[in-house]
Design a protein around this ligand. Structure first.
Ligand code: ADP
Ligand code: MG
Length: 621
């Protein structure tokens, strides 16, 4: 390095400035959480050092015991948090402390309202972290050295949290990080030793490393403030609800309380402990592929690594917490995890327990489950396709909006649906549509509404996969009402069947003429009993579902083999049956077709031609 102590000033990324400002104002009423955040980071840094000491040549845990120090200097008006964890290199400081790399940052900032209470909730969802130091400090100095780098490559970072920061390379004999907060005017209450101990016990008691503070009388007399034992290893009777909550906030990097947790010590062929949480809000990166999962693997209480997909399946990626095995080796690698019988066994029991926890929530607290479903339902749906062995259990957890739902909230389970099925109804009917609004107003529902038959309204992107992989529930087939001929089986009576056959015969000529007029546009034209108030609708040819899926993903929403169905009782159709002018009939055919495409929530191929034809027909009348 040319100039090892060269000092540079860097501007914060614009988003950081915005976030800092927001944080200072909206979180002020909760200002003491800065200490929790810094201790949480210190604890993570020590966990990462332990892991790196097994995997990175040159990285070693030092001679001093691993611990976190919190110090107060009343004269200098500073609070110091120090760890002997992994530390940071100069580029790491710039990346981790000067920028926000989280995806979704822009969207997050746009969602801010200027209302402090709302913004505080949002910011919590986004994560608070290091910057919370600026709630109470007008200058923060961070000195650090990455484990494995020479003493000459320490880094000193300093900022007043406004627009920029200074960074320089310094000599630092010990690895790890020290953060000094220069308190703002008026924050002297935080210089109180007792106050700090109380804050630490309230928010950080669950940290498994010792958090030390110097004695008030004797500086050298340090004492451990927290319990310093892994929370999940303590007897349940000694853990309070708020211990669980604070632990959750640490592992999940979340600011909001969790929705539920499960804590189980399993003994048998293998011994392990699960402490798993369901968050109450979806993180911003829930839909970003390949983001880290939320469960941390420990071996005998020592952090080993973040789950990369071995511990919980993708569709449970919202679960946060800790899995601690007594049987895996401390130097376990990703490769070993991938082929480990122990891990397989832990995984399958963890999945079953999470699904059971969700079932209990659904059975006992519908409102809570409603929150869960709103945040994570679309992710859980993936499980139907992904996890064959738990398909039945997952299917019971699904919730849908149906034609019988009170509002737009998905509040109907498949079991509710089955219980309400009409006498003689054999299938579970659903309608796929590009949006909830398009589903609700679809002409395909007309016959079902008339007969009072409930229909599931599906408009999530994953729903197409869901119905292709679920196929049936408790022996009842799932059937699209926009696919194939309208066949209600035993729900149709003899008179209705006769009437529909008679109508088909009467309309045979019209059907042929419409087919000729529409040519390649349609796979077929036929008369239907499906409609009561609309003149026509589009349905998909039966084996069309795969193609339909790709279309839907491309956003056009129309099936690839469309069948135009016409309503024999509708005045337009009756009048068309006597239409002698081929030109007018052709205009009508195209208008009916395009209308039907529009009611699917899809786009017509040639909107201008549609409008032209419509106007021609309107002027003729
Ligand atoms: P988060 O902890 O959610 O990642 P933070 O804002 O708390 O977000 O911290 C940002 C990053 O800064 C951390 O991910 C880590 O890489 C780094 N960092 C913060 N504090 C320390 C520390 N004491 N030791 C090492 N790295 C740290
Ligand atoms: Mg943090």
């Amino acid at each position: 390095m040319d100039a090892p102590t060269q000092q540079e000033r860097h501007n914060f990324q614009a988003e950081v400035v915005q976030l800092l400002d927001l944080m200072i104002h909206s979180l002020y009423s909760n200002k003491e959480i800065f200490l929790r955040e810094l201790i949480s980071n210190a604890s993570d840094a020590i966990d990462r050092l332990r892991f790196a000491s097994h995997t990175e040549p040159g990285v070693e845990v030092g001679d001093d015991p691993l611990r976190i120090h919190v110090g107060v200097d009343k004269d200098a008006r500073t609070i110091t948090v120090r760890d002997n964890g992994i530390g940071m290199s100069r580029p790491e400081v710039i990346d981790n402390i000067g920028t926000i790399a989280k995806s979704g940052t822009r969207e997050f900032l746009n969602a801010l309202t200027g209302d402090q209470r709302k913004d505080a909730t949002l910011i919590g969802q986004f994560g608070v972290g290091f910057y919370s130091a600026f709630i109470v400090a007008d200058r923060v100095t961070l000195t650090t050295r990455r484990a494995g780098l020479p003493a000459a490559e320490g880094v000193r970072w300093e900022s007043d949290g406004r627009g920029d920061y200074a960074i320089e390379t310094v000599e630092r004999p010990e690895q790890g990080t020290e953060i000094v907060l220069h308190l703002r005017d008026g924050e002297d209450d935080l210089l109180n030793d007792y106050r700090l101990r109380t804050i630490i016990r309230t928010y950080s008691d669950h940290i498994s490393l010792p958090i030390l503070m110097a004695g008030e009388e004797d500086e050298a007399e340090e004492s451990v403030v927290n319990r310093a034992s892994a929370l999940w290893a303590r007897p349940k009777s000694e853990i309070s609800e708020s211990d669980y909550t604070e632990f959750y906030k640490h592992v999940a990097h979340d600011f909001s309380d969790p929705l539920a947790h499960l804590h189980a010590r399993v003994e048998g062929a293998y011994e392990y402990t699960l402490l798993l949480f369901i968050p109450s809000r979806a993180p911003f990166d829930l839909w970003v592929p390949e983001v880290r999962r939320g469960v941390k693997l420990h071996v005998q209480r020592v952090f080993i690594m973040d789950d990369t997909g071995q511990l919980l399946p993708r569709y449970l990626r919202f679960v946060r917490g800790v899995i601690d095995s007594n049987d895996l080796p401390l130097n376990v690698s990703r490769e070993i995890l991938q082929s480990s019988r122990i891990v397989d066994s832990i995984r399958s029991s963890a999945v079953k327990r999470v699904l059971r926890l969700l079932k209990e929530m659904a059975d006992n607290d519908a409102e809570k489950y409603g929150t869960f479903w709103r945040e994570f339902g679309a992710v859980l749906k993936e499980g139907v396709a992904e996890d064959y062995s738990n398909r039945e259990a997952i299917a019971r957890l699904l919730r849908f909006t149906t034609t019988k739902s009170a509002g737009d909230e998905p509040d109907v389970s498949l079991a509710d649906y089955v219980e309400r099925m009409k006498d003689g109804q054999e299938k579970i009917y659903y309608l796929l549509a590009p949006s909830a609004a398009a589903a609700k107003s679809s002409p395909h529902l007309e016959l079902f509404d008339k007969k009072g038959i409930e229909v599931l309204l599906l408009s999530d992107v994953v729903d197409t996969w869901l119905v292709t992989s679920l196929q049936d529930f408790e022996g009842r087939r799932l059937q699209s009402i926009a696919q194939g001929a309208a066949d209600l089986g035993a729900l149709e009576d003899e008179a209705e069947r006769e009437a529909s056959e008679k109508a088909a015969t009467e309309l045979a000529g019209l059907v042929e003429r419409l087919k000729t007029a529409l040519g390649d546009k349609v796979f077929d034209v036929r008369s239907t009993t499906r409609l009561t108030t609309s003149p026509a609708c589009i349905v998909a040819n039966e084996p069309d579902i795969e193609l339909n899926l790709t279309r839907r993903l491309r956003g056009t929403g129309a099936p690839s083999q469309p069948i135009l169905e016409i309503n024999p009782d509708h005045p337009i159709i009756r009048r068309l049956n006597g239409e002698s002018d081929d030109r007018r009939l052709s205009d009508w055919a195209h208008v009916l077709y395009d209308q039907s495409i529009l009611t699917l929530g899809a786009r017509v191929d040639d909107p201008a031609a549609f409008v032209d034809r419509l106007n021609t027909l309107l002027m003729a009348d």
